[in-house]
Design a protein around this ligand. Structure first.
Ligand code: 3HC
Length: 280
C-alpha cells in the first residue's frame, strides 16, 4: 500500500510518521520546499524522542525515515493507493485538490481528508468517484494521540470505509466511525468547551493559568482548555466554532468575542509564539 500525504504541516508530518512507522511507503507532497524540509526535521525529532524513551528501536526509526520521501511535484502522487490531505482548512482548496487527484490517480485510489470542520459530503461531491472520499481525522500530536475519527460522507462506499478502518488499525491507531456532521464528534464536544473557557477569561472570572489548573485537577484533563487551544491553534478553534455556529444555526455555538480578537491580532498559539501563553 502506497500512501500519499498532501501538506507538510504539523498534521501532515505526523500522519506521514505514523504511516511510515507502520511500514507503509509514504510520499509527502507540499508546494513549499522549506515546509518539506521542516517536516523532515520534525519527523526526525519525534522519532528520536521515541527512541530515547525506549518506545521504538533506533533501527525502526531509521526504517521509518527511509520509507518517507518528499516532493513538490503533485503529479508524482499518481501511483498512490491512498492519499490523505492535510492542507489549509478551505473547502475550495480541498475540493480543487480532489479534482486534481481524480485526474491523475487510479479510479480505485482512496482520497481521505484530515479536515477538522469541512463537510465530507461537500468534498466528496468534488470527485467524479465520490464513493472513494472519506474523512480520516487525526489528533495533535499525531504520534501520541490514539484516536482516528473516520468520517463517512453520504457518498462513501462501505468498501472504502472498511478499508480505511482496517488501515487505521494497521497504523496502530484506534478508528471510530462517525457520520458526516458539523464538527463530527470530537470537535463538536471539545471546541465548545474551549470556547467557554475563553469566555471565562473574557469575563475576567479567573486567570488563564488557574482555569487550566482547574480543568486539569478538577476534570483530570491532561492539559487545560486554554493550553489546548494554543496547541491546536486559535484560528483552527475559531474555524470549528464558526462551522458549528453557522451549520447548526444555533447561538449556543457562538464564537467567543475574545477568540475572534485573538485571531484578528495574529495570536494563534504555539505556532505564532503567542496565544493564551507565550512560547519561545
Ligand atoms: N512525538 C513523539 N512523542 C511525543 C510527541 C511527539 N510529537 N509529543 C509528546 N510525545 C510523547 C512524550 O515523549 C511522552 O512519552 P512517554 O509517555 O513515553 O514519556 C508522552 O508523549 C507525553 O509527553 P510529555 O511528557 O512531553 O508531556 P505531557 O505528559 O504533558 O503530554 C500531551 C503532552 C501528549 C500533548 C498531553 O498533554 C495531551 O494529551 N494533551 C491533550 C492533547 C489533545 O487533546 N489533543 C487533541 C487536540 S484536538 C485535535 O487535534 C483535532 C483538531 O481537529 C483540532
Amino acid at each position: 500500500m502506497k500512501i500519499g500525504v498532501i501538506g507538510a504541516g504539523t498534521m501532515g508530518s505526523g500522519i506521514a510518521q505514523v504511516a511510515a512507522l507502520a511500514g507503509f511507503n509514504v510520499l509527502v507532497q507540499d508546494l513549499s520546499e522549506p515546509a518539506l524540509e521542516r517536516a523532515t526535521r520534525t519527523i526526525g525529532d519525534s522519532l528520536a524522542r521515541m527512541v530515547k524513551k525506549g518506545a521504538i528501536e533506533a533501527s525502526k526509526a531509521d526504517e521509518a525515515q527511509a520509507l518517507i520521501s518528499t516532493t513538490t511535484v503533485f503529479d508524482l502522487l499518481d501511483d498512490r493507493d491512498l492519499v490523505i490531505e492535510a492542507i489549509v482548512e478551505k473547502l475550495e482548496a480541498k475540493a480543487g485538490l480532489i479534482r486534481r487527484l481524480d485526474a491523475i490517480c487510479r479510479a480505485d485510489a482512496i482520497f481521505a481528508s484530515n479536515t477538522s470542520s469541512i463537510s465530507l459530503t461537500e468534498l466528496a461531491a468534488a470527485s467524479a468517484h465520490p464513493g472513494r472520499v472519506i474523512g480520516m481525522h487525526f489528533f495533535n500530536p499525531v504520534p501520541v494521540m490514539q484516536l482516528v475519527e473516520i468520517i463517512r460522507a453520504l457518498q462513501t462506499t462501505d468498501a472504502v470505509a472498511a478499508k480505511v478502518t482496517a488501515l487505521t488499525e494497521a497504523m496502530g491507531k484506534t478508528p471510530r466511525v462517525s457520520k458526516d456532521s458539523y464538527g463530527f464528534i470530537v470537535n463538536r464536544l471539545m471546541a465548545p468547551q474551549i470556547n467557554e473557557a475563553i469566555n471565562c477569561v473574557h469575563e475576567g472570572l479567573a486567570t488563564v493559568a488557574d482555569i487550566d489548573t482547574m480543568m486539569k485537577l478538577g476534570a483530570n484533563h491532561p492539559m487545560g482548555p486554554l493550553a489546548l487551544a494554543d496547541l491546536i491553534g486559535l484560528d483552527v478553534v475559531l474555524n470549528i466554532m464558526e462551522t458549528l455556529y453557522q451549520g447548526f444555526d444555533d447561538p449556543k455555538y457562538r464564537p467567543s468575542p475574545l477568540l475572534k480578537q485573538m485571531v484578528a491580532a495574529g495570536y494563534l498559539g504555539r505556532k505564532t509564539g503567542k496565544g493564551f501563553s507565550e512560547y519561545r
